[in-house]
Design a protein around this ligand. Structure first.
Ligand SMILES: C[S@@+](CC[C@H](N)C(=O)[O-])C[C@H]1O[C@@H](n2cnc3c(N)ncnc32)[C@H](O)[C@@H]1O
Length: 280
């Protein structure tokens, strides 16, 4: 009885719960599915199935990692974003549900043969989603991290959009050529001094280069605002994700560089999560 799937899930959920993990039961089940390659329905149908010692050991090694607060998506190596699975490696930010707010704001603006630039693409979650949702659009996505670009490439291929996407290594606009109808970015926006105090699952598992927004958290927005007008089509728009409470810091940066404010979008927590700007 000790190594039946139902018993293993219960035991693991108990351990994860003691570690303060609120989603303990769900996480235990997902880790068991991953360890055994079983589908959820198979677990439900065969709760008394006894795992081999190897599979049980594999499961417990994942539970141990989760007990050290490693996010489930990092253990699984994938994360669902806007209904699609994305590969996640240590080189990239684990795509967040909040970033789906930017997708929802960008999609109505991405019409026809829209040219889209995604700065700081990480896993490619934003550009790959936009290209998948808009089959006529063309994309360029950049990152300063070569390893991140490799992950974005894998995700673009998996979603069948790699033929419409150019990936390029660049330091914000340094290294970007051409004009775009939409420029989107979810840049690093945590103030450097706040990083040490972040939750362990963020601080210890997302790459520092994806989090650190400089002294006031706004360094990347300054670079993006300064470079965007040279790469934006006359009727184009720029959409940036931002951290909770950052609108008052981000908006004046774009306005000082000649952009007009076009709108804001709220995440499910009620925070302003995305700002849209255009040329006057
Ligand atoms: C917050 S993550 C966003 C990743 C992805 N777009 C997403 O939303 O999940 C920020 C990304 O910006 C990249 N980045 C940091 N500094 C950069 C720079 N100077 N130029 C271009 N990209 C940069 C990081 O490597 C990271 O992939």
């Amino acid at each position: 009885m000790s190594d039946t799937v139902a018993h293993l899930i219960r035991q693991a959920a108990k351990q994860l719960g003691l570690r303060g993990i609120e989603t303990a039961a769900l996480d235990a089940r997902l880790l068991l599915q991953f360890a055994t390659d079983m589908r959820r329905e198979e677990i439900v149908a065969e709760p008394d199935l006894i795992l081999t010692p190897d599979l049980a050991a594999r499961f417990w090694s994942f539970v141990e990692r989760r007990c050290a607060l490693e996010p489930v998506s990092r253990i699984l190596g994938s994360r669902e974003f806007y209904g699609r699975e994305f590969q996640v490696t240590p080189a990239v930010l684990d795509p967040r549900a909040d970033t789906e707010t930017l997708i929802a704001a960008a999609l109505p603006l991405a019409r026809g043969k829209c040219r889209i630039l995604d700065l700081g693409t990480g896993s490619g979650a934003i550009i790959v989603t936009l290209l998948a949702e808009r089959p006529e659009a063309l994309g360029v996505a950049s990152d300063v991290s070569e390893a991140a670009l490799g992950v974005a490439r894998v995700n673009a291929e998996a979603q069948g959009v790699s033929g419409r996407l150019t990936l390029t290594r660049a330091d914000w606009f340094d290294g970007i050529e051409g004009q775009f109808d939409l420029i989107v970015s979810n840049p690093p926006y945590i103030a450097s001094a706040e990083i040490a105090g972040l939750a362990v699952d963020v601080r210890d598992f997302d790459p520092l280069g994806a989090l650190d927004g400089g002294a006031d958290g706004l360094a990347a927005y300054r670079r993006i605002a300064a470079g965007a007008s040279a790469h934006l089509a006359p009727t184009g728009q720029v959409l940036v994700e931002l951290g909770a409470g950052q609108e008052a810091g981000v908006r004046p940066l774009f306005e000082a560089d000649g952009f007009g404010f076009k709108g804001r979008a709220f995440d499910l927590g009620g925070h302003v999560r995305c700002l849209t700007f255009g040329l006057p």
